[in-house]
Each structure stands twice: as C-alpha cells, then as structure tokens.
Design a protein around this ligand. Structure first.
Ligand SMILES: O=C(O)CCC(=O)C(=O)O
Length: 295
C-alpha cells in the first residue's frame, strides 16, 4: 500500500517552538547555526558556496546593466547567472529543510548602490496562507562597507504580529504603513544591525523581519548585491498592498517558480479569490514571449 504523504506544517518549522528547533537541529546538524539564528533573531548569515565564476558574472551584471536604474527586477529573465544564484541548490535545500515545505525562488532584484529603502516587512508585499511561508535571501556581490548603505534589520522583529493593512490608520497609504513600522521599532525598542557581508555571503531574512536600506553615507561607494524572494510549496500567495479592503478580498498572485520553470497557482484550500483565466494566461504569455534565459 502506498504510504500517506506526510502532512505539511501550517507554521514554518523554523518559526515554530523550541522543540521544533531542537528536532530540526538533530535532523540537520550541518544547519544548526543558521537554524538557531533564524529562529531567535529572524535572520542568518552564511556562505552558500557560490561558484567563483558565477559571483564574477553577477558582479559584472550589476556593474554594467544597472547604470542609473537603481534596481533591476527579474534580471534572471535576460541573464542566466542571476537565475543560477537564485536556484543555487544549497540555498533551496536549507530553506526547504528549515521551513518544512519545498522552497522556490519567484523574484530577483539586483542593486548597484544602497537602496535607502524605509524599514518594512516583506509580509506587506508578499504574503502567504498559511502565514510566514516566504523569505528573502540577500547576497553580497562585493565586500559591503558601513558607508555604502548596507542592509539594516531589527533582530527579533520577526516575532511581532504581522501588521495587517486594515489595521493601519490614516489614509492607508504605503507611507502610513512605514510610519506604523517606525512606531513599532520605537515602541519595542528594537535595535538595528547592519549587513556588513563579505563577497559571496548570504543573509536569509524571515518574512516578518523588519529590514530596509541604511543611509548611504558615501555616495561614490557601490553596494553590489542580489535579493531573491522565495515562497514555499502548496500555499496561497497574495499581495496585501493590493487587497481590496472594501470587499475583503485578497489579491492573489501567480508566482513563477524559477527552479521548476513554471507558474504556480495558489492551493485552493486557502483561497478566497482566484485570478481569472484571462489573467493566468496573460501573465504566462507575458513571461514566455520574453524567452527567459536557461540556467
Ligand atoms: O537591499 C536593500 O537595501 C533592501 C532590500 C529589500 O528591502 C527587499 O528586497 O525587500
């Protein structure tokens, strides 16, 4: 008789209780440091062992293609090295093991300079049901110095309740959200830390960890980097920023799984809305007509 598949967790294992953390460490001793840091602080720095030629090519991409653009979203469509960093097997293996569902990358961002982006949590941009099945991985493509506007993050903030859009007062603009996050930082006395990573190192942040780009003190200094955003299998995927609050409807996404090269529909069990067939097909056609690079 075929054995019943193990049921998937409703809370990421790494964001569950201490007993779950200890069993993760017992099962994956090689990931013990990453697991402890991610569980306790909401982030972890590690060396995923990228190939030297991939780091060189991704660095060259940032130096040559970003001129004056600020950032490039989804550079993997044109440049295979960006996709290769995103699907790097050790990263997929660590995330899938620690979250308890298969991780897949769905978006990349590349930067030449610091973003000075205001502190925020990714849950406002990319949420999931069940919650917290999303994370970011920030990769340094050069040694990052403190005056180049490094990533800033607030250890422990991942444990705060997720700030829902309908709980934000005022005009409910994105600026209102940023003000609310600032108030949370002050109210909880959260202290910043900075991502002074070495070239080739990566930092995982949990979905609800408050993070942003710090002041770029020396405007001549570059901060070559790549962020890849990951979702996990068999969830519903949505964008709180686009919720229709009046109608109580979530805006459902159709993420593209870079590792399997296919679009992913949300698990119907968690949905209160699905994309129309027209939107599903239009999004697929929009991507495929760009002939995404192989990696
Ligand atoms: O790299 C940065 O400065 C911030 C990136 C960020 O906040 C994000 O990708 O969510």
């Amino acid at each position: 008789m075929p054995s019943k598949p193990p049921s998937l967790p409703d809370v990421p294992l790494i964001e569950s209780d201490v007993a779950a953390l200890e069993s993760l460490i017992a099962e994956y001793p090689a990931h013990a440091d990453i697991a402890r840091s991610l569980h306790e602080k909401g982030f972890a720095v590690f060396d995923p062992g990228f190939a030297a030629e991939d780091l060189d090519a991704a660095e060259a991409f940032c130096r040559s293609k970003l001129k004056g653009k600020g950032r490039i979203q989804d550079g993997w469509i044109s440049d295979s090295v960006i996709g290769r960093l995103a699907v790097h097997p050790p990263i997929l293996e660590i995330l899938s093991s620690l979250y308890g569902r298969r991780a897949f990358p769905f978006q990349t961002l590349n930067f030449e300079f610091g973003t000075q982006q205001m502190p925020h949590s990714d849950t406002y941009h990319f949420d999931s049901t069940p919650g917290r099945f999303m994370c970011g991985v920030w990769v340094a493509l050069e040694n990052i110095s403190s005056d180049a506007g490094p990533l800033v993050y607030y250890p422990g903030s991942h444990r705060l309740p997720i700030l829902k859009r309908d709980e934000i007062g005022g005009e409910k603009t994105y600026q209102d959200y940023e003000k609310q996050i600032q108030s949370l930082i002050e109210e909880h006395g959260l202290q910043p830390e900075y991502g002074l990573l070495k070239r080739g190192q990566a930092l995982i942040w949990a979905a609800n960890l408050i993070h942003g780009g710090s002041i770029h003190a020396d405007s001549a200094k570059t901060r070559l980097s790549q962020v890849t955003h990951y979702y996990f299998a068999d969830c519903a995927y949505h964008t709180p920023q686009s919720y229709d609050l009046a109608q109580g409807r979530a805006f459902v996404r159709q993420p593209f799984d870079l590792s399997k090269r296919r679009h992913v529909l949300s698990n119907r069990a968690y949905l209160n809305q699905q994309l129309s067939l027209y939107d599903i097909l239009a999004q697929r056609w929009h991507l495929w007509r760009q002939r995404p690079a192989r990696f």
